[in-house]
Every structure is written in structure tokens, then in C-alpha cells.
Ligand binder design. Structure first.
Ligand code: ZN
Length: 317
């Protein structure tokens, strides 16, 4: 059996053919043309799904379903995208549109939830039924998997873990609140904190590594400077690890997942990130509620969205 996973983004539509071993065996990428109507975008999507099936000699009977990961809010079972940021999708019945062209079951799910589902089924948390995947990137997103299924609340908009408040009256957030976790634990926050530290300590390795151009600061530079023994970079990172860890501990108190997975751009740091975060998170847990497993880094990278989308249908039956 095969599965089709679609990563619907504001710039591109990526259609992947996934096999029983959860591998993407082929992928076709087309521009979204996001200014167009949802009908036009979905017709293109259906055409590419057909194209990838034809290319591999597959018919509808060989394919379990089409799963579509989309930014914004979607009802998986009904196949409806309620809202998608950067796209002209408002209350669109995606299933009906796709089924005009292909006779397959069609499911939709938030893209971050898709990526989390993939890490739970066949990625860093393979074998675990209760998993939280935290995406540390421009912001902090993620997905909550309970009993092997995405948990997104009563109205499909839950799981916005980046907007739980870590500090009362703290840093302003794009959501309108102050002190949200993502203002401290995102890669963006780490870079901003590193810029402040580099400015205050012009003699530090952290400052010299960007050669006076603060805009060139990256998360990798902070980690590299810290590993080279720079005290300032180590202080910035230590604070960052605590910010990440306190949020992870909050999630552990609320949900007690079997494993917490850290994804997004920061996950490239692997154990440089997960070991200190595990240590600080564990120190926050009370007796009896200790983390049973260390925090892990995501392993599927950019493929997670397509693989998770492809598998959404298998978790809903
Ligand atoms: Zn927020």
C-alpha cells in the first residue's frame, strides 16, 4: 500500500509518495500560486497526485489516502481547511474538491501537527504513543500526539504550545500576549539574546565571530563560540537551555508525554541541545513525575511534513 502526503505551503506544494516503510519514494514540487482561488490550487494539487501515481503505475486501489498538511486550522476527519495563513483558503472543503479528480479518501491536518505525527510514528519518538514535538525555529510551534493521534482540541486550533506564558509581563509576542515561551525559546530569541550579549561584550569570541556584523548572528555561531570556550556564548546558551527546559517541564506536568522531541532548525545541534535541556527540565520535575526518557532531537527534518500528512488518514480510522 502507498500513501500520498502533500505539504501545502504559501510558496510551494510538495507532493510525496510514501511506502509502507514510511519512506518518501518520490516527490514532485510545484509553485502554489497562492494568489489564485482555492479551486485552482486544489486542481493543480490533484493533477500532481495523479501524475505521481501514473509515474509509478499506481491506481486508486494501490493508494490508501491523500493527506494534506496545511498552515492554519483544519478539520482532519471532515477534510475542511478553515483557515490557512498566506493562502486564499477559508472554509474550503478540500476533500470534495480533490475528489472531483481522484477517487481517494482525503484528509487535512495542520502542517506542524503532521510533522509531529511523523516523528511519533517513524521518527525520533518511534514506538511512543504520547509525544510532544516542539519546533524551535523562527517561532516555537509543535504538535501534541496522544494515543498515537494528533490532539488539536475541540475546534482543531489547540496545541499552540509556543504561546504559553513563561514570564508574566515579559517580552511582547506577535499573538498579543507578553512573555510567551516562543519569545525566549525560539531560534530567533537565541539570536537576539546573542546580539545583545555580543554588543555588551565586544571582546568576546561571540562578538568577533560575527566580525562586527550583528545581522550575521546565527544559532550555530552561538553554539560554535560556546564550544570554543567563550564565556559569553556559554552564558547566553545556558540561559537559552533553561528557557527551553522550563517550557518542556511545563508540558511534562500537563501531559506527561513518553518523549519530548525538539525539532526545527535548532534540532541540528543534537545532543548539544538535548542533553542540557533534559538536565534542566528534569531538575524541575517533582518526585514521581520525573522524565522517564531524555529529550530527543527530531530526525526526519523537512520530510516530516510529507510523511506525517501521508499517514494522517491511517490514524483516523
Ligand atoms: Zn504568543
Amino acid at each position: 500500500m502507498y500513501y500520498i502526503g502533500v505539504d501545502l505551503g504559501g510558496t510551494t506544494i510538495k507532493v510525496g509518495l510514501v511506502n509502507d516503510e514510511y519512506q518518501i519514494i518520490d516527490k514532485i514540487v510545484i509553485p502554489t500560486g497562492r494568489e489564485r482561488s482555492s479551486e485552482a490550487v486544489l486542481k493543480d494539487m490533484a493533477d500532481v497526485c495523479r501524475q505521481i501515481m501514473n509515474k509509478h503505475g499506481l491506481t486508486e486501489s494501490d493508494v490508501h489516502s491523500i493527506g494534506i498538511g496545511s498552515p492554519g486550522i483544519a478539520s482532519p476527519v471532515e477534510g475542511i481547511i478553515h483557515y490557512a495563513s498566506n493562502l486564499n483558503f477559508n472554509e474550503v472543503n478540500v476533500r470534495e474538491e480533490i475528489q472531483k479528480y481522484i477517487n481517494l479518501n482525503v484528509y487535512v491536518e495542520n502542517d506542524a501537527n503532521c510533522a509531529a505525527l511523523a516523528e511519533a510514528i517513524c521518527g525520533a519518538a518511534k514506538g511512543e504513543k504520547d509525544v510532544v514535538v516542539v519546533t524551535l525555529g523562527t517561532g516555537v510551534g509543535g504538535g501534541i500526539i496522544i494515543g498515537g493521534k494528533v490532539y488539536s482540541g475541540a475546534f482543531c486550533g489547540g496545541g499552540e504550545i509556543g504561546h504559553h506564558v513563561l514570564e508574566l509581563n515579559g517580552r511582547p509576542c506577535g499573538c498579543g500576549r507578553k512573555g510567551c515561551w516562543e519569545q525566549y525559546a525560539s531560534a530567533t530569541a537565541l539570536i537576539n539574546d546573542a546580539k545583545v550579549a555580543a554588543t555588551a561584550n565586544p571582546g568576546s569570541l561571540l562578538a568577533t565571530m560575527v566580525e562586527g556584523n550583528l545581522e550575521g548572528m546565527t544559532a550555530k555561531i552561538v553554539f560554535d563560540a560556546a564550544q570554543a570556550g567563550d564565556v559569553v556564548a556559554n552564558e547566553v546558551l545556558d540561559q537559552y537551555f533553561k528557557y527551553v527546559a522550563y517550557g518542556v517541564a511545563n508540558l511534562a506536568y500537563m501531559l506527561q508525554p513518553g518523549v519530548v522531541v525538539l525539532g526545527g532548525g535548532m534540532s541540528a545541534q543534537g545532543e548539544n541541545l538535548t542533553v542540557p535541556v533534559t538536565k534542566y527540565a528534569q531538575a524541575q520535575m517533582c518526585p514521581g513525575l520525573e522524565l522517564r526518557n531524555p529529550v530527543r532531537a527530531a530526525i526526519l527534518g523537512n520530510d516530516a511534513g510529507i510523511i506525517g500528512a501521508a499517514l494522517v488518514g491511517t490514524t483516523l480510522q
